[in-house]
Design a protein around this ligand. Structure first.
Ligand code: C2O
Length: 364
């Protein structure tokens, strides 16, 4: 049974409650996912991003406590044993039947569905739901990775399994992590910019052009200064860092500092310049087909936690339209789950954390 927020809107309208007093959290209208999503690039045809449908969606509940914490490690520091587990889990995910919502390509399509206009907003059939460019950016991707990680853990029977993070804010992590560059590994993606190998220092401000070779030290220095700006100088309040409010019925909002840069440029840095739409990483519909997507987003997610620790004003929005916005994912048991933003604010409550790495940009 699907009783979304749509029902509530109907009731409110009937009783004549003034619109300004209504809560307006966003939610996807998953019952009407459109296979011909309207924001797909023009030359992409025949792709259906909609997940298998479910008529049984349960509400997510945070567990009271966790027996252990899953620790996400920097991708450039993982050991052989970990790498074996991780590649095995990804291989298993790729080999699930295609109509299993936990299948690797189904997982990738989740990004397409939420970002290329396959869903409208509950209560607003004419308005697409978009999880980029607003305060939904951090919580959506956190929840997405959370379920993805649990699916991988389940496939290898290791509930402690945690995905790695691409530590691009640290000089040691400022290249493509080598574990993703082995063409024989399931972590490899052939649709990437071939010149951006693990030997090349990445440019957090990449604008699509590789400028005259800059000395590695110089590029690292620029990258660290950019991190300082995006995490500190340009991130003095929640709206500036996390993105602006996006309530049900809104068609636009504004992205936060980190989403703009370096999150966006790094997508393009990995994507293939010669591909029509910078596939895979450089386009919403295809980005999550590259396993590195999840490592990239794990560091984005880590930056959200780091930012909150940087000063007393760095807090999540205390706004019910933010806290009650929700997304729907399939969990490790292929059960459809509705998760609210209020359950995504604290990684420890979700049972995971990040291995500590220094933040050399703090005094850049
Ligand atoms: Cu949903 Cu990095 O984008």
């Amino acid at each position: 049974m699907l009783l979304g927020l749509g029902g509530l809107y109907g009731v409110a309208a009937t009783f004549g409650v003034a619109p300004s007093t209504l809560a307006n959290p966003t939610a996807p209208e998953v019952t009407q996912c459109r296979p011909d999503a309207d924001e797909l690039p023009g030359n992409v045809t025949g792709l259906n991003c909609c997940p298998p449908t479910s008529n049984n969606i349960v509400d997510f509940g945070l567990p009271r406590s966790h027996r252990f914490t899953r620790i996400r490690r920097p991708a450039h520091l993982v050991d052989k044993k970990y790498l074996e587990k991780y590649t095995k889990a990804i291989a298993l995910m790729k080999s699930l039947p295609f109509d299993d919502p936990r299948n690797f390509y189904q997982q990738a399509n989740v990004h397409c569905a939420y970002c290329n206009g396959a869903y409208s907003q509950v209560g607003f059939p004419e308005i697409d739901l978009q999880v980029h460019g607003s305060w939904l950016f951090f919580p959506f991707h956190r929840a997405y990775l959370y379920f993805y990680e649990r699916i991988l853990g389940k496939l290898i029977n290791d509930p402690k399994f945690a995905i790695p993070y691409w530590n691009w804010d640290h000089p040691d992590g400022m290249t493509l992590p080598a574990i993703y560059a082995d063409p024989t590994s399931p972590l490899y993606d052939p649709i990437r910019e071939p010149s951006h190998t693990p030997l090349v220092t990445l440019d957090l401000n990449y604008d699509g052009k590789d400028h005259d070779p800059v000395a590695r030290d110089e590029l690292i220095d620029r990258n660290l200064k950019l991190m300082y700006r995006q995490m500190i100088s340009n991130a003095k309040n929640p709206g500036l860092f996390m993105g602006k409010p996006y309530r049900a019925g809104d068609t636009k909002s504004t992205a936060g500092s980190l989403e703009n840069v370096p999150h966006g440029p790094l997508h393009n840095w990995v994507g293939k310049k010669e591909a029509t739409n910078w596939e895979n990483m450089g386009n919403f519909y295809s980005a999550a087909r590259d396993p590195i997507f999840y490592a990239h987003h794990a560091n984005v997610d880590r930056m959200w936690s780091v930012w909150k620790g940087l000063g007393p004003k760095n807090k999540d929005f205390n706004d019910r339209d933010f806290l009650d916005s929700s997304f729907i994912f399939y969990d490790e048991n292929a059960q459809a789950v509705r998760i609210k933003v209020r359950d995504c604010l604290d990684t420890k409550k979700l049972g995971y954390d990040y291995q500590h790495m220094d933040l050399p940009w703090l005094n850049a």
